[in-house]
Design a protein around this ligand. Sequence first.
Ligand SMILES: Nc1ncnc2c1ncn2[C@@H]1O[C@H](COP(=O)(O)OP(=O)(O)O)[C@@H](O)[C@H]1O
Ligand SMILES: *[C@@H]1O[C@H](CO)[C@@H](O)[C@H](O)[C@H]1NC(C)=O
Ligand SMILES: *[C@@H]1O[C@H](CO)[C@@H](O)[C@H](O)[C@H]1NC(C)=O
Length: 411
Amino acid sequence: MAFLPLLGLLLVLVPTLLAYSGFRGRASVVGIDLGTTFSVVAVRASQGGIGAVEVIRDPATGSPIVPSAVYYPPSPSLPPRVGAAARQLIRSEPRAVIYNAKRFIGKPAEDATVAPQAAKQAFPVVPAPPGVAFELPNGTRVSPERVGADVVKHLLSLAALHLGHDRISAAVIAVPAKFNRAQREATADAFRSAGLRVARVLEEPTAAALAYGLDKRADVSHVLVYDFGGGTLDVAVLHVSEGYVEVIGSEGDEQLGGGDFDVGVGRFLEEKYEGDVGGRGECGGEEVLYCTRADLVGVGERMKIALSEGAEVARERCVREDCGEVEMELARGEFEEAVGPLLDRAAAPIGAVLEQLGLRAADIDEVVMVGGTSRMPQVRERVREAAEKERLNTSIDPDVTVAYGCASVID
Ligand SMILES: Nc1ncnc2c1ncn2[C@@H]1O[C@H](COP(=O)(O)OP(=O)(O)O)[C@@H](O)[C@H]1O
Ligand SMILES: *[C@@H]1O[C@H](CO)[C@@H](O)[C@H](O)[C@H]1NC(C)=O
Ligand SMILES: *[C@@H]1O[C@H](CO)[C@@H](O)[C@H](O)[C@H]1NC(C)=O
Protein backbone atom coordinates (compact mmCIF):
# COMPACT_ATOMS: atom_id res chain seq x y z
CA MET A 1 0.00 0.00 0.00
CA ALA A 2 2.98 2.25 0.55
CA PHE A 3 4.08 2.18 -3.10
CA LEU A 4 1.35 4.53 -4.40
CA PRO A 5 2.69 7.62 -2.68
CA LEU A 6 6.18 6.47 -3.66
CA LEU A 7 5.14 6.31 -7.32
CA GLY A 8 3.68 9.80 -7.00
CA LEU A 9 6.93 11.04 -5.57
CA LEU A 10 8.92 9.48 -8.39
CA LEU A 11 6.65 11.04 -11.02
CA VAL A 12 7.42 14.43 -9.57
CA LEU A 13 11.07 13.80 -8.83
CA VAL A 14 12.34 12.24 -12.07
CA PRO A 15 11.47 15.13 -14.43
CA THR A 16 12.78 17.61 -11.87
CA LEU A 17 16.07 15.76 -11.60
CA LEU A 18 16.37 15.47 -15.37
CA ALA A 19 15.72 19.18 -15.82
CA TYR A 20 18.21 19.92 -13.05
CA SER A 21 20.91 17.83 -14.72
CA GLY A 22 20.43 19.72 -17.97
CA PHE A 23 18.72 16.94 -19.94
CA ARG A 24 16.38 18.62 -22.36
CA GLY A 25 15.74 16.05 -25.08
CA ARG A 26 17.64 15.21 -28.24
CA ALA A 27 19.29 17.93 -30.32
CA SER A 28 18.02 18.42 -33.85
CA VAL A 29 19.72 18.28 -37.22
CA VAL A 30 18.66 20.61 -40.04
CA GLY A 31 19.06 20.54 -43.83
CA ILE A 32 20.31 23.81 -45.32
CA ASP A 33 20.65 25.10 -48.87
CA LEU A 34 22.92 28.15 -48.62
CA GLY A 35 22.21 29.61 -52.06
CA THR A 36 23.65 32.45 -54.11
CA THR A 37 20.51 34.58 -54.00
CA PHE A 38 18.23 32.60 -51.65
CA SER A 39 18.70 30.14 -48.81
CA VAL A 40 16.33 27.55 -47.37
CA VAL A 41 16.20 25.48 -44.17
CA ALA A 42 14.26 22.25 -43.67
CA VAL A 43 13.81 19.73 -40.85
CA ARG A 44 12.51 16.24 -40.40
CA ALA A 45 9.17 16.25 -38.51
CA SER A 46 10.15 13.40 -36.23
CA GLN A 47 13.76 12.41 -36.42
CA GLY A 48 14.77 8.80 -36.45
CA GLY A 49 14.57 8.37 -40.21
CA ILE A 50 10.79 8.41 -40.62
CA GLY A 51 9.05 11.79 -40.33
CA ALA A 52 8.05 13.94 -43.28
CA VAL A 53 10.32 16.76 -44.39
CA GLU A 54 9.13 20.23 -43.35
CA VAL A 55 10.44 23.28 -45.16
CA ILE A 56 10.46 26.23 -42.77
CA ARG A 57 8.85 29.55 -43.67
CA ASP A 58 10.11 32.91 -42.50
CA PRO A 59 7.19 34.29 -40.45
CA ALA A 60 8.20 37.83 -41.48
CA THR A 61 7.52 37.13 -45.18
CA GLY A 62 5.54 33.90 -45.18
CA SER A 63 8.03 32.51 -47.67
CA PRO A 64 10.47 29.60 -47.32
CA ILE A 65 13.09 31.36 -49.45
CA VAL A 66 15.27 33.73 -47.46
CA PRO A 67 17.40 36.22 -49.44
CA SER A 68 21.11 35.44 -48.90
CA ALA A 69 21.78 39.10 -48.10
CA VAL A 70 23.23 40.67 -44.95
CA TYR A 71 23.06 44.34 -43.96
CA TYR A 72 25.94 45.38 -41.70
CA PRO A 73 25.06 48.52 -39.73
CA PRO A 74 27.90 51.04 -39.31
CA SER A 75 28.05 50.66 -35.53
CA PRO A 76 29.31 47.46 -33.89
CA SER A 77 26.61 47.64 -31.22
CA LEU A 78 23.87 46.90 -33.77
CA PRO A 79 23.40 43.32 -34.99
CA PRO A 80 23.43 42.55 -38.74
CA ARG A 81 20.07 42.23 -40.47
CA VAL A 82 19.57 39.20 -42.67
CA GLY A 83 17.17 38.14 -45.40
CA ALA A 84 14.23 40.23 -46.60
CA ALA A 85 15.09 42.99 -44.10
CA ALA A 86 18.56 43.29 -45.66
CA ARG A 87 17.37 43.09 -49.25
CA GLN A 88 15.01 46.04 -48.69
CA LEU A 89 18.06 48.17 -47.94
CA ILE A 90 19.99 47.42 -51.16
CA ARG A 91 18.85 50.62 -52.86
CA SER A 92 19.41 52.96 -49.92
CA GLU A 93 22.57 51.31 -48.50
CA PRO A 94 24.13 49.66 -51.56
CA ARG A 95 27.59 49.31 -50.02
CA ALA A 96 26.46 47.92 -46.66
CA VAL A 97 24.24 45.10 -47.98
CA ILE A 98 26.36 42.13 -48.99
CA TYR A 99 24.91 39.45 -51.28
CA ASN A 100 26.23 37.00 -53.91
CA ALA A 101 28.87 35.96 -51.32
CA LYS A 102 28.63 32.38 -52.63
CA ARG A 103 30.15 33.52 -55.92
CA PHE A 104 33.35 34.40 -54.02
CA ILE A 105 33.57 31.82 -51.24
CA GLY A 106 36.78 29.78 -51.22
CA LYS A 107 38.22 31.56 -54.28
CA PRO A 108 41.59 33.35 -54.34
CA ALA A 109 41.50 36.97 -55.58
CA GLU A 110 43.38 35.85 -58.72
CA ASP A 111 40.64 33.38 -59.76
CA ALA A 112 39.55 34.29 -63.30
CA THR A 113 35.87 34.58 -62.28
CA VAL A 114 36.49 36.97 -59.37
CA ALA A 115 37.26 40.26 -61.17
CA PRO A 116 34.27 40.17 -63.60
CA GLN A 117 31.89 39.26 -60.74
CA ALA A 118 33.40 41.91 -58.43
CA ALA A 119 32.79 44.54 -61.13
CA LYS A 120 29.04 43.77 -60.93
CA GLN A 121 28.79 44.34 -57.17
CA ALA A 122 27.91 47.67 -55.58
CA PHE A 123 30.30 46.94 -52.68
CA PRO A 124 34.11 46.73 -53.06
CA VAL A 125 35.60 43.24 -53.26
CA VAL A 126 39.22 43.33 -52.07
CA PRO A 127 42.00 40.70 -51.91
CA ALA A 128 42.32 39.16 -48.42
CA PRO A 129 44.57 36.10 -48.78
CA PRO A 130 43.83 33.25 -49.07
CA GLY A 131 40.57 34.68 -50.45
CA VAL A 132 38.70 37.94 -50.90
CA ALA A 133 36.73 40.17 -48.53
CA PHE A 134 33.96 42.74 -48.87
CA GLU A 135 34.70 46.24 -47.63
CA LEU A 136 31.94 47.94 -45.65
CA PRO A 137 31.39 51.73 -45.67
CA ASN A 138 32.98 52.01 -42.18
CA GLY A 139 36.17 50.36 -43.48
CA THR A 140 35.64 46.96 -41.85
CA ARG A 141 36.16 43.92 -44.06
CA VAL A 142 33.95 40.84 -43.92
CA SER A 143 34.81 37.51 -45.50
CA PRO A 144 32.40 35.44 -47.64
CA GLU A 145 32.48 32.84 -44.81
CA ARG A 146 31.34 35.47 -42.29
CA VAL A 147 28.45 36.50 -44.57
CA GLY A 148 27.54 32.82 -44.99
CA ALA A 149 27.67 32.29 -41.22
CA ASP A 150 25.37 35.27 -40.63
CA VAL A 151 22.84 33.87 -43.13
CA VAL A 152 23.08 30.44 -41.47
CA LYS A 153 22.50 31.94 -38.00
CA HIS A 154 19.35 33.61 -39.29
CA LEU A 155 18.12 30.30 -40.76
CA LEU A 156 18.82 28.64 -37.39
CA SER A 157 16.70 31.24 -35.63
CA LEU A 158 13.81 30.40 -37.99
CA ALA A 159 14.32 26.69 -37.36
CA ALA A 160 14.40 27.24 -33.58
CA LEU A 161 11.13 29.15 -33.78
CA HIS A 162 9.56 26.32 -35.75
CA LEU A 163 10.92 23.55 -33.51
CA GLY A 164 10.19 25.36 -30.25
CA HIS A 165 13.75 24.91 -29.01
CA ASP A 166 17.23 26.02 -29.99
CA ARG A 167 19.14 22.78 -29.54
CA ILE A 168 20.29 22.44 -33.15
CA SER A 169 23.60 20.66 -33.27
CA ALA A 170 24.33 19.82 -36.88
CA ALA A 171 23.41 20.39 -40.51
CA VAL A 172 23.33 18.41 -43.73
CA ILE A 173 24.50 20.89 -46.35
CA ALA A 174 24.78 21.01 -50.14
CA VAL A 175 27.41 22.52 -52.40
CA PRO A 176 27.46 22.94 -56.19
CA ALA A 177 28.92 19.86 -57.92
CA LYS A 178 31.56 22.08 -59.51
CA PHE A 179 32.88 23.41 -56.15
CA ASN A 180 36.52 22.45 -55.57
CA ARG A 181 38.03 21.43 -52.26
CA ALA A 182 38.75 25.00 -51.10
CA GLN A 183 35.19 26.13 -51.90
CA ARG A 184 33.72 23.13 -50.05
CA GLU A 185 35.95 23.74 -47.03
CA ALA A 186 35.14 27.46 -46.91
CA THR A 187 31.41 26.66 -47.09
CA ALA A 188 31.71 24.13 -44.24
CA ASP A 189 33.65 26.79 -42.26
CA ALA A 190 30.71 29.19 -42.60
CA PHE A 191 28.46 26.57 -40.97
CA ARG A 192 31.01 25.84 -38.25
CA SER A 193 31.32 29.52 -37.37
CA ALA A 194 27.55 29.56 -36.99
CA GLY A 195 28.06 26.89 -34.31
CA LEU A 196 27.04 23.79 -36.27
CA ARG A 197 28.69 20.49 -36.94
CA VAL A 198 28.55 19.57 -40.62
CA ALA A 199 26.97 16.12 -40.58
CA ARG A 200 27.17 15.53 -44.32
CA VAL A 201 28.02 17.45 -47.49
CA LEU A 202 25.90 16.57 -50.52
CA GLU A 203 26.30 17.87 -54.03
CA GLU A 204 23.29 19.99 -55.02
CA PRO A 205 22.07 17.74 -57.87
CA THR A 206 22.39 14.72 -55.59
CA ALA A 207 20.28 16.47 -52.94
CA ALA A 208 17.64 17.20 -55.60
CA ALA A 209 17.46 13.53 -56.62
CA LEU A 210 17.24 12.45 -52.96
CA ALA A 211 14.31 14.86 -52.46
CA TYR A 212 12.34 12.72 -54.91
CA GLY A 213 13.59 9.51 -53.30
CA LEU A 214 15.18 8.43 -56.59
CA ASP A 215 18.01 6.69 -54.71
CA LYS A 216 15.46 4.17 -53.46
CA ARG A 217 14.06 3.28 -56.87
CA ALA A 218 15.41 0.01 -58.25
CA ASP A 219 14.24 0.98 -61.75
CA VAL A 220 16.28 4.20 -61.85
CA SER A 221 19.92 4.23 -62.90
CA HIS A 222 20.39 7.62 -64.58
CA VAL A 223 18.85 10.91 -63.43
CA LEU A 224 19.22 14.27 -65.14
CA VAL A 225 19.00 17.27 -62.80
CA TYR A 226 18.14 20.52 -64.57
CA ASP A 227 18.85 23.48 -62.30
CA PHE A 228 17.93 26.85 -63.81
CA GLY A 229 18.22 29.71 -61.32
CA GLY A 230 18.49 33.48 -61.43
CA GLY A 231 22.01 33.67 -62.80
CA THR A 232 23.19 30.28 -64.01
CA LEU A 233 22.06 27.04 -65.62
CA ASP A 234 23.53 23.76 -64.33
CA VAL A 235 22.73 20.39 -65.82
CA ALA A 236 24.05 17.22 -64.16
CA VAL A 237 23.65 13.53 -64.85
CA LEU A 238 23.70 11.21 -61.84
CA HIS A 239 24.29 7.51 -61.71
CA VAL A 240 22.13 5.72 -59.14
CA SER A 241 22.95 2.24 -57.99
CA GLU A 242 21.92 0.39 -54.84
CA GLY A 243 21.16 3.59 -52.97
CA TYR A 244 24.43 5.19 -53.95
CA VAL A 245 24.19 8.40 -56.01
CA GLU A 246 27.10 9.88 -57.95
CA VAL A 247 27.42 12.86 -60.30
CA ILE A 248 28.97 11.45 -63.49
CA GLY A 249 28.79 14.47 -65.79
CA SER A 250 27.76 18.08 -65.91
CA GLU A 251 27.33 20.90 -68.40
CA GLY A 252 25.85 24.32 -68.10
CA ASP A 253 25.79 27.94 -69.05
CA GLU A 254 27.32 30.23 -66.43
CA GLN A 255 26.13 33.27 -68.35
CA LEU A 256 22.45 32.31 -68.59
CA GLY A 257 19.82 32.73 -65.90
CA GLY A 258 16.31 33.97 -65.19
CA GLY A 259 17.69 37.51 -65.09
CA ASP A 260 18.47 37.33 -68.81
CA PHE A 261 14.79 36.76 -69.56
CA ASP A 262 13.96 39.90 -67.59
CA VAL A 263 16.53 41.88 -69.58
CA GLY A 264 15.17 40.41 -72.84
CA VAL A 265 11.62 41.48 -71.96
CA GLY A 266 12.89 44.89 -70.79
CA ARG A 267 14.55 45.52 -74.18
CA PHE A 268 11.39 44.41 -76.00
CA LEU A 269 9.26 46.84 -73.94
CA GLU A 270 11.75 49.64 -74.58
CA GLU A 271 11.11 49.30 -78.31
CA LYS A 272 7.38 48.74 -78.02
CA TYR A 273 6.84 51.75 -75.75
CA GLU A 274 9.67 53.90 -77.11
CA GLY A 275 7.91 57.25 -76.51
CA ASP A 276 7.29 56.55 -72.82
CA VAL A 277 10.79 55.43 -71.87
CA GLY A 278 12.91 58.10 -70.21
CA GLY A 279 14.56 59.13 -66.98
CA ARG A 280 13.69 58.85 -63.29
CA GLY A 281 11.33 61.48 -62.00
CA GLU A 282 10.59 62.45 -58.40
CA CYS A 283 7.29 60.63 -58.08
CA GLY A 284 7.27 58.90 -54.73
CA GLY A 285 9.00 56.31 -52.60
CA GLU A 286 11.63 53.65 -53.09
CA GLU A 287 9.23 51.09 -54.51
CA VAL A 288 8.18 53.05 -57.63
CA LEU A 289 9.12 51.37 -60.92
CA TYR A 290 9.95 54.04 -63.50
CA CYS A 291 9.81 53.55 -67.26
CA THR A 292 13.61 53.64 -67.38
CA ARG A 293 15.84 51.14 -69.12
CA ALA A 294 16.94 49.80 -65.71
CA ASP A 295 13.49 49.56 -64.10
CA LEU A 296 11.95 47.93 -67.20
CA VAL A 297 14.03 44.87 -66.30
CA GLY A 298 12.02 44.65 -63.06
CA VAL A 299 8.80 45.15 -65.03
CA GLY A 300 10.02 42.37 -67.32
CA GLU A 301 10.50 39.97 -64.41
CA ARG A 302 6.95 40.54 -63.16
CA MET A 303 5.54 39.97 -66.66
CA LYS A 304 7.64 36.83 -67.09
CA ILE A 305 6.28 35.40 -63.84
CA ALA A 306 2.66 36.35 -64.66
CA LEU A 307 2.92 34.61 -68.05
CA SER A 308 4.56 31.56 -66.53
CA GLU A 309 1.72 31.33 -64.01
CA GLY A 310 -0.79 31.09 -66.85
CA ALA A 311 -1.74 34.62 -67.93
CA GLU A 312 -2.27 35.04 -71.70
CA VAL A 313 -1.31 38.72 -71.52
CA ALA A 314 0.81 40.29 -68.80
CA ARG A 315 0.04 43.86 -67.76
CA GLU A 316 2.27 46.04 -65.59
CA ARG A 317 2.53 49.75 -64.89
CA CYS A 318 5.55 51.98 -64.77
CA VAL A 319 5.87 55.70 -64.03
CA ARG A 320 7.13 58.22 -66.63
CA GLU A 321 9.59 60.96 -65.78
CA ASP A 322 6.62 63.41 -65.66
CA CYS A 323 4.91 61.08 -63.11
CA GLY A 324 2.27 59.89 -65.57
CA GLU A 325 1.46 56.16 -65.38
CA VAL A 326 1.94 53.91 -68.38
CA GLU A 327 0.23 50.54 -68.64
CA MET A 328 2.36 48.09 -70.60
CA GLU A 329 1.13 44.83 -72.11
CA LEU A 330 3.00 41.78 -73.22
CA ALA A 331 1.27 38.87 -74.94
CA ARG A 332 2.58 35.34 -74.61
CA GLY A 333 3.60 35.31 -78.29
CA GLU A 334 5.55 38.54 -77.89
CA PHE A 335 7.29 37.08 -74.85
CA GLU A 336 8.32 33.99 -76.78
CA GLU A 337 9.61 36.17 -79.62
CA ALA A 338 11.61 38.28 -77.16
CA VAL A 339 13.25 35.32 -75.42
CA GLY A 340 13.44 32.70 -78.23
CA PRO A 341 17.25 32.68 -78.46
CA LEU A 342 17.49 32.24 -74.66
CA LEU A 343 15.22 29.19 -74.83
CA ASP A 344 17.51 27.64 -77.44
CA ARG A 345 20.47 28.18 -75.12
CA ALA A 346 18.50 26.70 -72.21
CA ALA A 347 18.17 23.37 -74.00
CA ALA A 348 21.74 23.13 -75.32
CA PRO A 349 23.51 21.71 -72.20
CA ILE A 350 21.21 18.66 -72.18
CA GLY A 351 22.47 17.45 -75.54
CA ALA A 352 26.01 18.40 -74.53
CA VAL A 353 26.06 16.39 -71.31
CA LEU A 354 24.53 13.33 -72.99
CA GLU A 355 27.17 13.53 -75.70
CA GLN A 356 29.93 13.98 -73.12
CA LEU A 357 28.82 10.74 -71.43
CA GLY A 358 27.99 8.78 -74.57
CA LEU A 359 24.39 8.37 -73.36
CA ARG A 360 21.14 8.68 -75.29
CA ALA A 361 18.05 10.47 -74.00
CA ALA A 362 16.42 7.06 -73.55
CA ASP A 363 19.08 6.16 -70.97
CA ILE A 364 17.78 8.88 -68.63
CA ASP A 365 15.11 7.48 -66.30
CA GLU A 366 13.97 10.64 -64.50
CA VAL A 367 14.44 14.38 -64.96
CA VAL A 368 14.38 16.56 -61.82
CA MET A 369 13.62 20.28 -62.22
CA VAL A 370 15.26 22.73 -59.80
CA GLY A 371 15.50 26.54 -59.54
CA GLY A 372 12.97 29.35 -60.05
CA THR A 373 13.42 29.56 -63.82
CA SER A 374 12.53 25.86 -64.21
CA ARG A 375 8.91 26.96 -63.57
CA MET A 376 8.65 28.54 -67.02
CA PRO A 377 6.38 26.39 -69.21
CA GLN A 378 8.54 27.16 -72.25
CA VAL A 379 11.64 25.94 -70.42
CA ARG A 380 9.87 22.73 -69.36
CA GLU A 381 8.76 22.18 -72.95
CA ARG A 382 12.34 22.49 -74.24
CA VAL A 383 13.60 20.13 -71.53
CA ARG A 384 10.93 17.53 -72.33
CA GLU A 385 11.94 17.73 -76.00
CA ALA A 386 15.68 17.49 -75.40
CA ALA A 387 15.40 14.68 -72.80
CA GLU A 388 12.60 12.94 -74.77
CA LYS A 389 10.38 12.69 -71.70
CA GLU A 390 6.65 13.16 -71.36
CA ARG A 391 6.84 14.03 -67.67
CA LEU A 392 9.38 15.70 -65.44
CA ASN A 393 9.79 15.65 -61.66
CA THR A 394 8.30 19.01 -60.70
CA SER A 395 6.03 18.23 -57.74
CA ILE A 396 8.35 19.72 -55.10
CA ASP A 397 8.66 23.53 -55.17
CA PRO A 398 11.82 24.00 -57.30
CA ASP A 399 13.10 26.68 -54.91
CA VAL A 400 13.25 24.29 -51.97
CA THR A 401 14.18 20.96 -53.60
CA VAL A 402 17.83 21.04 -52.50
CA ALA A 403 17.08 21.85 -48.83
CA TYR A 404 14.31 19.24 -48.94
CA GLY A 405 16.80 16.65 -50.16
CA CYS A 406 19.29 17.61 -47.42
CA ALA A 407 16.64 17.18 -44.72
CA SER A 408 15.47 13.89 -46.20
CA VAL A 409 18.77 12.14 -45.34
CA ILE A 410 18.65 13.15 -41.65
CA ASP A 411 18.32 10.00 -39.54
N1 LIG B 1 7.00 31.50 -61.67
C1 LIG B 1 8.16 31.84 -62.23
N2 LIG B 1 8.30 31.88 -63.57
C2 LIG B 1 9.46 32.23 -64.14
N3 LIG B 1 10.56 32.56 -63.47
C3 LIG B 1 10.50 32.53 -62.14
C4 LIG B 1 9.30 32.19 -61.45
N4 LIG B 1 9.56 32.25 -60.12
C5 LIG B 1 10.86 32.63 -60.00
N5 LIG B 1 11.42 32.81 -61.20
C6 LIG B 1 12.79 33.25 -61.50
O1 LIG B 1 13.71 32.39 -60.88
C7 LIG B 1 14.94 33.09 -60.70
C8 LIG B 1 15.46 32.81 -59.30
O2 LIG B 1 15.83 31.49 -59.26
P1 LIG B 1 16.35 30.83 -57.92
O3 LIG B 1 16.55 29.40 -58.20
O4 LIG B 1 15.46 31.22 -56.82
O5 LIG B 1 17.70 31.63 -57.72
P2 LIG B 1 19.25 31.31 -57.63
O6 LIG B 1 19.51 29.97 -58.24
O7 LIG B 1 19.84 32.42 -58.41
O8 LIG B 1 19.56 31.37 -56.17
C9 LIG B 1 14.64 34.56 -60.91
O9 LIG B 1 15.17 34.94 -62.18
C10 LIG B 1 13.12 34.60 -60.94
O10 LIG B 1 12.64 35.62 -61.79
C1 LIG C 1 31.85 48.53 -38.83
O1 LIG C 1 30.67 47.74 -39.02
C2 LIG C 1 30.81 46.37 -38.71
C3 LIG C 1 29.54 45.64 -39.13
O2 LIG C 1 28.40 46.12 -38.48
C4 LIG C 1 31.17 46.18 -37.26
O3 LIG C 1 31.35 44.81 -36.96
C5 LIG C 1 32.43 46.95 -36.97
O4 LIG C 1 32.76 46.84 -35.60
C6 LIG C 1 32.31 48.40 -37.38
N1 LIG C 1 33.60 49.07 -37.21
C7 LIG C 1 33.76 50.21 -36.54
C8 LIG C 1 35.15 50.74 -36.50
O5 LIG C 1 32.83 50.80 -36.01
C1 LIG D 1 8.94 11.80 -59.91
O1 LIG D 1 9.13 11.50 -58.54
C2 LIG D 1 8.17 10.67 -57.92
C3 LIG D 1 8.58 10.44 -56.50
O2 LIG D 1 8.22 11.53 -55.73
C4 LIG D 1 7.98 9.39 -58.70
O3 LIG D 1 7.02 8.55 -58.07
C5 LIG D 1 7.58 9.72 -60.10
O4 LIG D 1 7.36 8.57 -60.84
C6 LIG D 1 8.68 10.57 -60.72
N1 LIG D 1 8.49 10.80 -62.14
C7 LIG D 1 7.56 11.54 -62.74
C8 LIG D 1 7.68 11.59 -64.23
O5 LIG D 1 6.67 12.12 -62.14
